[in-house]
Design a binder for this molecule. Structure first.
Ligand code: OAD
Length: 249
């Protein structure tokens, strides 16, 4: 049975690595980008999430960001985040590499979180470098569009997320690639695996000998390389796997 097989693989894992995407936060109420109801079915990502678009019209960028940011800031971790934190505290996975910028892995207790696409919890002024919390900026978006820097009045306040056209955070990518190269089990949860270099992480792990488990609502391009594929909701499947492991006793 696939749940038991995944549980057995994770029970014996000592250097497992998880890679998560938007699907892991879907049950926290944050819309995914692709797939059913995905954000990118309503917006063109290359447009609204690109650095060129942001630089040419910060207000237009913030109008979309206001909507998504409000939802993300109010969101709470779900059982999928909690299960991943437990797998780390029990010593089965060494880290969670995530494409998410919502901070929910940290909120659920995961200690080593590698943010491949940055963090949406902070905002930085591109003129003077002043940083403040995203929550602080969110509060004034009804009155200020685009938001202004409280230090220099600049209008290029950018969440510390990686936009299309920006360089990837090299330290985070290197760390994820290194852990993938050493992983005994690769656990992929809630990612369409179409955005690189994040999508490279499971490929490195499998090439280096890891057994891969994929949990996703829909098929992914790496399913055929996986030892276990479970198509379902992360917040239901992961707790079920944990219940089938000796740690739940
Ligand atoms: P996507 O939105 O591309 O993919 C999310 C995947 O999760 C889809 O395959 C869904 O079928 C699946 N899914 C949805 N709900 C789920 C659930 N409850 N349980 C399990 N799976 C579920 O998200 P990412 O792969 O994370 O980048 O997208 C990668 C990057 O594309 C994002 O980080 C973002 C975006 O453009 C940037 O903004 C740079």
């Amino acid at each position: 049975m696939t749940i038991q097989h995944a549980a057995d693989l994770l029970s014996s894992a000592r250097r497992g690595l998880a890679l998560t995407g938007a699907g892991v936060s879907a049950e926290s109420g944050i819309p995914t980008f692709r797939g059913e109801g995905g954000l990118w079915t309503r917006y063109d990502p290359v447009k609204v999430a690109s650095i060129n678009y942001f630089m040419s019209d910060p207000a237009a960028y913030w109008k979309v960001s206001k909507e998504r940011g409000g939802v993300a800031l109010a969101a709470k971790p779900n059982p999928a985040h909690q299960a991943l934190a437990r797998l780390e505290s029990e010593g089965h996975i060494s880290a969670v590499a995530t494409q998410n910028t919502d901070g929910l892995h940290q909120d659920s207790g995961s200690k080593r979180v590698i943010e491949l696409h940055g963090s949406g919890r902070m905002v930085e002024c591109l003129d003077c470098g002043h940083r403040e919390s995203r929550a602080q900026v969110q509060k004034r978006l009804d009155d200020e569009m685009p938001p202004r820097c409280p230090a220099c009045s600049g209008t290029f306040l950018k969440p510390t997320v990686i936009l299309f056209g920006e360089p990837m955070p090299q330290v985070a990518v290197r760390e994820a690639f290194d852990l993938a190269g050493q992983a005994d089990v690769m656990l992929v949860v809630g990612s369409s695996l179409v955005v690189f270099p994040a999508a490279e992480v499971p490929l490195i792990a499998v090439r280096s000998g890891a057994a891969m488990i994929v949990i996703n609502a829909e098929p992914t391009p790496v399913d055929r390389l996986a030892e276990v594929v479970i198509h379902g909701r992360a917040g239901e499947v992961l707790p079920e796997i944990l219940r089938a492991m000796p740690i739940s006793a």
